[in-house]
Design a protein around this ligand. Structure first.
Ligand code: NAD
Ligand code: IPM
Ligand code: MN
Length: 365
C-alpha cells in the first residue's frame, strides 16, 4: 500500500528516536512491499527558532494532508523561561487540537525480562496488560488561562460530547480486549468529574457486554502499584491520564518504552512516545528508541490497518527486550543506534516469517 507519513522530530532526543522509528517503517515497507513516503516538518522549540511559532501553519497543513503523523518530542531548557510568550508545548497541544485527535491510547504491557528494573515485585507485574485511553483535547490543558502578578487560573472544562466520544472509544476498545473499563475521575470534589462519571455511566448502557468500574484518581494512583493486573481499559481525563501514564511507564521499567497513538474520527493519527525531549541525555545518542519504534507499530495498526506488520515490529522489539542489547535506562550501555539495529535485525527475521505465513495462508485459502 502507499502511505504518506509526516515526521515531526521536534526537540532534544526527539530527532534521535524518530529516526529509529522511521527506519522501522522503511524496513516494513521493504519486507512487505509497501510504498511509504516521509516528509519532515518543524514543531516545538525547533519551529520557534526557525519561524517564531511552535506550530507553523505549513506543519499543520502537511499533517492534515498526511495519512499519519510521527512525532518525537518537544520542549527543553532553552525555551522554558516561565515568562516566555511562546512555548514548544503549545505547538504539541495545537497539533493535537488541530488534528482533532481526542483519544490518546497508551498501552502498558511490562516485559518480564525487565522486571528487575520495575519498582514492583515480579509477581505483581505478571499479567499486567493495561490500555490507557487518555482524553487529549479538553480539560485544564485547553481551558481559559489568566495570570496576574499574584494569582493564576487554568479553567478545567468538559462538555458531554467530549466525554461521550472518548468513552465510546474506550468501550469499543474494551470489546477487543477483556471487556472491562475503569473510568478514573475525582467526582468527590470536581464538577467536571461528576459530569464525566454521569456521562460514562450513560454510555456504558450501550455496551452491556463490558463491565464498568469507577475509581477516584488518588486511589487509582495507589491501585496501579498494588494490583496493576486488575485493569484492562482505563479511561480518564487529560491531566489525570498524563500523570497516571508516567507512573505506568515506571512499572514497565522505563519511560523510554511506552508508545502512544492519538486518534480522532478518521483514520489519520498522531503517534509519539509518551516521554519528553529528555534534555539530560539529548544529543548523546543514548536515548531508548523503543517507545518511538512501538509508536510506529501503532501507526501501522491504527492508521494503515496493517496488523501483521504491526505485530512483526512488536515481536522484533519483544525479542530485543528479552536478550538485549539494552540502552542505559534499561541498565545496559547500548546507544540508540545499536538498539535500533538490533530491532531491525530481529524484524528481518519476523517479517520474513510472517510474510511466509500469510503467503501460506493465501495459498491454502
Ligand atoms: P522527559 O520525559 O523528557 O524525561 C524524564 C526522564 O526520563 C529523564 O531523566 C530522561 O532522560 C528520561 N527519558 C525520557 N525519555 C527517554 C528515553 N527515550 N530513553 C531514555 N531515557 C529517557 O521529561 P522532563 O524532563 O520532565 O521534560 C523535558 C521536556 O520534555 C519538557 O520541556 C517537557 O515539557 C517536554 N515533554 C514533551 C513531551 C512530548 O513531546 N510528548 C512529553 C513529556 C515532556
Ligand atoms: C505528554 C506530555 C505533554 C502532555 C506535554 C509536553 C504538553 O507530557 O505527551 O505526555 O502533557 O500532554
Ligand atoms: Mn506526559
Amino acid at each position: 500500500m502507499k502511505a504518506r507519513i509526516a515526521t515531526l522530530p521536534g526537540d532534544g532526543v526527539g530527532p534521535e528516536v524518530t529516526a529509529a522509528a522511521v527506519a522501522v517503517l522503511q524496513s516494513v515497507a521493504t519486507h512487505f512491499g509497501h510504498d511509504f513516503s516521509f516528509d519532515e516538518h518543524w514543531v516545538g522549540g525547533a519551529a520557534i527558532d526557525d519561524t517564531g511559532e511552535p506550530l507553523p501553519e505549513a506543519t499543520l497543513a502537511a499533517c492534515r494532508s498526511a495519512d499519519a503523523v510521527l512525532l518525537g518530542a518537544v520542549g527543553g531548557p532553552k525555551w522554558s523561561d516561565p515568562d516566555a510568550s511562546v512555548r514548544p508545548e503549545q505547538g504539541l497541544l495545537a497539533l493535537r487540537a488541530g488534528l482533532g485527535v481526542y483519544a490518546n491510547l497508551r498501552p502498558l504491557k511490562p516485559h518480564l525480562a525487565l522486571a528487575a528494573l520495575s519498582p514492583l515485585k515480579d509477581e505483581r507485574l505478571r499479567d499486567v496488560d493495561v490500555l490507557f485511553v487518555r482524553e487529549l483535547t479538553g480539560g485544564a490543558y485547553f481551558g481559559a488561562k489568566t495570570k496576574t502578578t499574584d494569582a493564576a487560573t487554568d479553567e478545567c472544562r468538559y462538555t458531554v460530547a467530549e466525554i461521550e466520544r472518548v468513552a465510546r472509544r474506550a468501550f469499543e476498545l474494551a470489546r477487543t480486549r477483556r471487556h472491562h473499563v475503569t473510568s478514573v475521575d475525582k467526582a468527590n470534589v470536581l464538577e467536571t468529574s461528576r459530569l464525566w462519571r454521569r456521562t460514562v455511566t450513560h454510555i456504558a448502557a450501550d455496551y452491556p457486554d463490558v463491565t464498568l468500574e469507577h475509581q477516584l484518581v488518588d486511589s487509582m494512583a495507589m491501585l496501579l502499584l498494588t494490583r496493576p493486573s486488575a485493569y484492562d481499559v482505563v479511561v480518564t481525563e487529560n491531566l489525570f491520564g498524563d500523570i497516571l501514564t508516567d507512573e505506568a511507564a515506571a512499572l514497565a521499567g522505563s519511560l523510554g518504552l511506552l508508545p502512544s497513538a492519538s486518534l480522532g474520527e478518521g483514520m489519520r493519527g498522531l503517534y509519539e512516545p509518551i516521554h519528553g525531549s529528555a534534555p539530560d541525555i539529548a544529543g548523546k545518542r543514548v536515548a531508548n528508541p523503543i517507545g518511538a519504534m512501538l509508536s510506529a507499530a501503532l501507526l501501522l495498526r491504527h492508521s494503515l490497518q496493517l496488523d501483521a506488520e504491526a505485530q512483526a515490529v512488536e515481536a522484533a522489539v519483544d525479542e530485543v527486550l528479552q536478550r538485549g542489547p539494552y540502552s542505559r535506562d534499561l541498565g545496559g550501555d547500548a546507544g540508540t543506534d545499536t538498539v535500533r539495529d538490533a530491532v531491525l535485525a530481529a524484524l528481518d527475521h519476523h517479517a520474513v516469517s510472517s510474510d511466509a505465513f500469510f503467503t501460506g495462508m493465501r495459498a491454502c485459502g
